[in-house]
Write a new protein. Sequence first.
Length: 322
Amino acid sequence: MGIAPARNARPLDSDAAIVEACPFCPGGPEVPFVYEAAVFDNRFPSFHPDPPPAPALDGPTGPATGRCEVVLYTHRHEASFGDFSPSELGRVVAVWIDRARDLWSDPAHAYVCVFENRGAEVGATIAHPHGQIYALDHVPPVTAAKAKAHRRYRERNRRCLSCAATLTDDDSDRLVLENESFVVAVPFAARWPFEVAVRARRHGLGRLGQLVPEEQRDLALALRDVARRYDALFGFPLPYMLVAQEAPNEQPDWHLAFGLYPLHRAPGVMKIRAGVETGLGLFLNDVAPEDAARRLAGLDVPAEPIDLDSLFTVTRLEPALP
């Protein structure tokens, strides 16, 4: 558990200054330059590379060491992942790869997590399209539990758990869509209505930095397709949480995956994490995974292809200062 009171000072969309001018738009206080995509350190971080000593409290405490970066996907304030152009999609994936690879290379970091909170309902304080990257000095509990499950499955079955899960998803009623590199399905034990897992097919592809160009394209296509289905599901931009699940160190049995977690189960009705879910970790889902997959897969959304040459030409962006 982390305690980060400095985050209370984060700007909100309702603040008068933000209503007047978005801080994430080009020329704003956070990015006073012209950009296509941008990355900078979060000024209200949950973790810091050189944090102050932890206070002496009842129980064990320690400093919250790490890095927190903000990733601005595009200069367009009203854009969303579902309507990004091919070049915008390419830049987002390229920035994820570049920053994740760099943060993983620091021995002080034990885990790196790319994520996005889209919508005020899931905690986004500014509407401009953006995500974040956390670099932690420890492996988070959920990741550690998954790694343990992978090792146990390997010992018992002599095969990779992620390979088995991908094959099962690909041939199930929970399949939403697929391409050459990724399988998109509602998980067997989905905790949230219309939860989706985007899982790499290739064994050994555990991190963003291991994506080859064809896989980069297929990842962008899969994520864009899911975002479009979410927006078409109830007829409004569906708030969701997106979390990249990269392989922890010394964990070969792991397939790069993205989990997407929308809260709505119907228009105007959100899933609330209530007593048994919060206190016991026992999730009760109002929507059957097979029904969620059927509804998402049945939506008619644009699925135009993306040309490799035009998509992945950017590997690192520098600010164009005035």
